[in-house]
Design a protein around this ligand. Structure first.
Ligand code: URA
Length: 242
């Protein structure tokens, strides 16, 4: 992305716009190995190298990540009182405007995508696009064929009828069951409400897939990593982007 050097440093959260100007005028900023002195000089944020006070910085302002969300964090870009998922990423992700794609409840764990691409974010969540999400839910009581059929038929909830969803029973017992659910919409508390509608409280909920991306086995709870180019491309395809 082409950007003025002062805006670039401010966007990266290096310092405020006025401090940035001072920094540049003092000759403490190098772009591609050359000292710049004009704060208005433009740079290519994704490819130009950046050094500030002699230290090499990662200057990319467009980033995409996946996080294995642990329980206990709010899915939000920021919150004045409570810890959010952004607290698990380096601060630069917040500075450059990375946002979670959709929401997981505070007690839900699993795959969360974060992106700076607002259009892709919006498209992935658009109700008409039906991006599949897969969850594993530990629930009270025994899951049976009856629940599989009810999910497949489309459950009547208080304010909407859920689209047909696929329920697979991974374990069933009177003391509790484990189900895998695939839903193609993302309404508030959707999966919990669907189980509740057939008489099963949800004890734990974990998202294991979002669209084309699966939660990697080697990504422990609380850990994050950047999306690989092929993962980003798959997401862009799912979002119907050129
Ligand atoms: N459905 C829920 O009920 N909660 C989540 O966090 C995600 C889907």
């Amino acid at each position: 992305m082409r950007m003025r050097a002062d805006r670039w440093l401010t966007t990266l959260g290096v310092c405020s716009r006025s401090e940035t100007k001072r920094l540049i005028r003092s000759g403490l900023v190098q772009v591609n190995g050359r000292t710049i002195r004009d704060p208005g000089e433009s740079a290519e944020t994704e490819t130009d190298s950046l050094r500030v006070r002699g230290e090499e910085l990662d200057g990319r302002t467009v980033r995409h990540a996946m996080l294995h969300k642990p329980a206990g964090l709010l899915t939000a870009a920021r919150d004045s009182r409570q810890p959010t998922v952004m607290d698990l990423l380096p601060p630069v992700y917040g500075s450059i405007g990375c946002m979670p794609v959709g929401r997981l409840d505070r007690d839900t764990t699993g795959l969360l995508i974060l992106t700076c691409d607002g259009e892709m974010n919006h498209r992935l969540l658009s109700p008409g696009r039906h991006v599949d999400k897969v969850y594993e839910a530990e629930v009270d009581g025994r899951l049976t064929e009856r629940e599989i059929e009810a999910f497949a038929a489309g459950l009547e909830l208080s304010d909407f009828t859920a689209l047909p969803a696929k329920l697979e029973i991974l374990r069933a017992g009177e003391e509790g069951s484990l189900g895998r659910v695939t839903v193609s919409e993302g309404k508030f508390h959707q999966v919990k409400r669907m189980f509740s509608a057939v008489g099963h409280g949800v004890r734990t909920l974990r998202r294991i897939r979002f669209g084309p991306l699966t939660l990697p086995e080697d990504l422990p709870e609380g850990a994050w990593r950047e999306l690989k180019p092929e993962e980003l491309q798959a997401l862009r395809d799912a979002a119907g982007m050129e």
